[in-house]
Write a protein that binds this ligand. Structure first.
Ligand code: F6P
Length: 751
């Protein structure tokens, strides 16, 4: 290392969160690529401020095999020592003595508040140490300021400035797994379960868990219920039971309060239900299980992107003058002053104490408001007493199945009925609709569908049907509009229905995420998790053999699935269909892996999209790597094939399904609802996007979308899995924009 190489310390602090390790790995490896040196502070701030310093250099191999491990290998703490000025003074001295003035802190708002304070006090702390003779004036001059980069890591997802924090998605999976598991026992006994969900003063996990788990009532701090909530809740639960449900689930956020500011406890909710309804009621508190388990694919991706951005900013380019917070907005990595986010967090805390919940909701942001509105609408979706049908809408499925399709139909039915929308299932797609294979879907028809795999509605094969036949079928069956679930085939069918004078909604539900106009689709997250779980199994076979694993993903012409699998799985190479790859490229990729093996690498994951690499089969790709590897590694294949389309939907897919459904119902009941729209997630928000707009993002002849927002991300996967110096592509990338970032949105503030 050169004497001027950037020296960057990283620490994890506060409550641990799944995928903190993935973030540490990304920070360290990015710093090494940029020619810097990385250091790990152990046991949170205690490793700097406690009686004994615990600050150690971290090399490439020190962060190997941690991408899929929960918790944090650095250890964490809620440090008392760092809360004291003397502790922070000790921390500053230790960093300067180690020639470090760049710090990446991975944690929640408490940890990042500490980081900001440390940043602001730094010059003073260093000056004090000089005066006391513990640092020299020249040391102080060389480390006149501290660069602080905050990475949001907390299951609570309570930090303004990011859509999502590291750990939230995995915690949600733990919660939804618990609710799913309770379903069987609750139904057997016809019981009610009251489930307490973590999140301190933030209701994100509770609201999202209630939607994804198909709960019947939810209480969150941001929406203190009306004074008559006990009657209202009991009425809802009783109505659900008399409509045929065999169990009820009430989700209570640990910070839930009433309008007087008094806590609403699970014990109180249980007592209410037993007294008023006589239901046998049990309490379930998943507790710290919510912070356990392996990190989900989504969390590994969030952590890798944020850690990479933080490492890059810390080690290269212009160092931001003020402390910064990295975050995710939609599909973009963002950077903003940490003090702004913490000011907003402080304001939220203030408004919560004064009971201004509208103010709290506003500050939590648009995506949170949307989530809350969806959860309120879903749990309020009673079987309507009076039936006023204003619209009859056919719902059908075209093409391959995707996990979460049933959750979407359930939400359409449950949200549609109270809004006067009667959903009718059409089996066999558009063709089935014209053949009259149509049945109404009632509130009870969709009981239990939130967690079900596959599609209850029989999918069509995207058979071309003439517009006149569709119009005639709608008139004959008094149907006012159509919702089509699916991927590209659904989109292609919708293209045929344009201009026919009735409303059509495409609800993207495909593991390929290939529907134009939407950043993602229902089913993609479940498939991603499944492929990554499969790849992990090979990883866990141990290190006695050096292995090269080729994973083949579905995804047709779209690189979303292989690219995101690459990041979540730690791939050394991603072959996406959008990239032109030659036989020479493959040979040199194999040679590069062989070189890395020589340098100590034990596993090389290579991901290929099924339609990447032209005619080259996965068997042939394996042979090419085998030859190029010259016996340095053994070859393995993971080809999950049809299993990617099956299995129950992940929480993220269930959430997206409900949000798309809500968007579809709102649009279908609005006076403007004619023509074709796609329910889309863009910039983290769900909206109905008109056909004219999405068509611009489609190459109908080639059967592919043209906006490939993920394309830049493959290089990050490769940077985090290939040792410095082994890839000329990465060397070039870092040389081209040392202070920049593969994603164009990351603009470094002037230093
Ligand atoms: O902030 C994360 C979190 O898990 C909260 O959801 C919860 O209230 C708290 O930490 C629990 O803290 P501890 O692990 O110290 O019991």
């Amino acid at each position: 290392m050169s004497p001027s190489a950037a020296r960057v310390a990283v620490l994890t602090s506060g409550g641990d969160a799944q995928a903190m390790n993935a973030a540490v790995r990304a920070v360290v490896r990015t710093v090494l690529h940029a020619g810097g040196e990385a250091f790990g502070v152990h046991e949170g701030y205690d490793g700097l401020a406690g009686p004994e310093a615990d600050l150690r250099p971290l090399g490439w191999d020190d962060v190997s095999r941690i991408l899929d491990r929960g918790g944090t290998v650095l250890g964490t703490a809620r440090s008392e020592a760092f809360r004291q000025r003397e502790g922070r003074r000790r921390a500053a001295i230790r960093l300067v003595q180690n020639r470090i003035d760049r710090l990446v802190v991975i944690g929640g708002d408490g940890s990042l508040t500490g980081a900001l304070r440390f940043h602001d006090e730094w010059p003073e702390l260093v000056a004090d140490a000089v005066e006391a003779g513990e640092l020299t004036a020249s040391q102080a001059q060389q480390h006149a300021r501290l660069t602080v980069l905050g990475v949001p890591g907390s299951i609570d997802n309570d930090l303004p400035g990011t859509d999502v924090a590291i750990g939230t998605d995995s915690a949600l999976r733990q919660i939804v797994d618990a609710i799913d598991a309770l379903e069987a026992t609750a139904s057997s006994h016809q019981r009610t379960f009251v489930v307490e969900v973590m999140g301190r003063n933030c209701g994100y996990l509770a609201a999202a868990g209630a939607i994804a788990g198909g709960a019947d009532y939810v209480l969150v701090p941001e929406a203190p219920p009306e004074p008559q909530w006990p009657e209202q809740m009991c009425e809802l639960l009783a109505a659900g039971r008399s409509a045929g449900r065999r169990n009820s689930v009430v989700v209570v956020a640990e910070g839930a309060r009433d309008r007087q500011g008094d806590p609403i406890t699970v014990a109180a909710v249980r007592a209410l239900i037993e007294d008023r309804l006589g239901d046998e009621t049990r309490i379930s508190v998943p507790g710290h299980v919510q912070r356990g388990g392996t990190p989900s694919a989504g969390d590994r991706i969030t952590a890798s992107l944020l850690g990479h951005a933080a490492g890059r900013l810390a080690a290269t380019g212009r160092r931001p003058a003020d402390a910064q917070l990295l975050g995710i907005r939609g599909t973009e990595v963002t950077i903003a002053p940490l003090r702004d986010a913490l000011r907003a967090a402080g304001r939220i805390a203030e408004l919560s104490t004064t009971g201004d919940s509208a103010g709290v909701r506003a500050l939590r942001g648009a995506a949170f408001k949307d989530l809350l509105a969806t959860s309120t609408a879903m749990v309020r979706a009673l079987p309507p007493a009076r039936r006023e049908v204003t619209r009859r809408i056919a719902v059908l499925v075209e093409g391959d199945l995707a996990p979460g399709m049933n959750a979407a139909v359930r939400a359409l039915v449950r949200l549609g009925l109270p809004a006067g929308v009667q959903l009718l299932r059409a089996d066999g797609g558009l063709l089935g609709l014209t053949q009259g294979r149509v049945e109404p879907l009632e509130w009870k028809s969709v009981c239990g569908w939130a967690s079900q795999a596959g599609s209850q509605i029989i999918a069509g094969d995207a058979v071309a049907v003439g517009g006149a036949a569709v119009v005639e079928a709608l008139q004959r069956q008094a149907i006012d509009g159509i919702v089509i679930l699916g991927g590209w085939p659904a989109f292609a069918q919708a293209a045929r229905l344009e201009g026919l004078g009735f409303p059509v909604v495409v609800l993207p539900a495909t593991i390929a995420a290939d529907v134009p106009g939407s950043a993602s689709s229902v089913g993609a997250d479940s498939a991603l998790n499944w492929i990554v779980t499969n790849a992990d199994r090979i990883r866990h076979l141990g290190t006695s053999q050096v292995r090269c694993v080729i994973a083949e993903t579905a995804g047709r012409t779209c690189g979303y699935l292989p690219t995101l699998t690459g990041i979540a799985g730690g791939a050394v190479r991603v072959y996406a269909p959008e990239e032109d790859v030659t036989a020479d490229d493959i040979r040199s990729d194999a040679r590069r892996l062989a070189d890395s093996v020589g340098a100590g690498q034990r596993l090389g994951l290579v991901v290929r999209g099924e339609q990447a690499l032209g005619e080259l089969t996965t068997d042939e790709l394996c042979r090419a790597f085998d030859e190029g590897g010259e016996g340095r590694f053994t070859m393995h294949q993971v080809v999950p094939g049809q299993t990617q389309f099956g299995g129950g939907p992940s929480p993220a897919d269930r959430l997206l399904a409900a949000q798309f459904a809500r968007c579809a119902v709102v649009w279908l009941t609005s006076p403007m609802s004619t023509g074709v729209v796609v329910t889309a997630i863009r910039g983290g928000l769900v909206e109905a996007v008109p056909w004219d707009e999405v068509r611009g993002d489609a190459d109908l002849a080639a059967g592919r979308r043209t906006d490939t927002w993920w394309a830049d991300l493959a290089v990050i996967s490769e940077a985090l899995s290939n040792r410095p110096g082994t890839s000329s592509r990465l060397r070039d990338e870092f040389a081209r924009s040392p202070g920049g970032f593969a994603r164009s949105s990351l603009v470094v503030p002037a230093g």
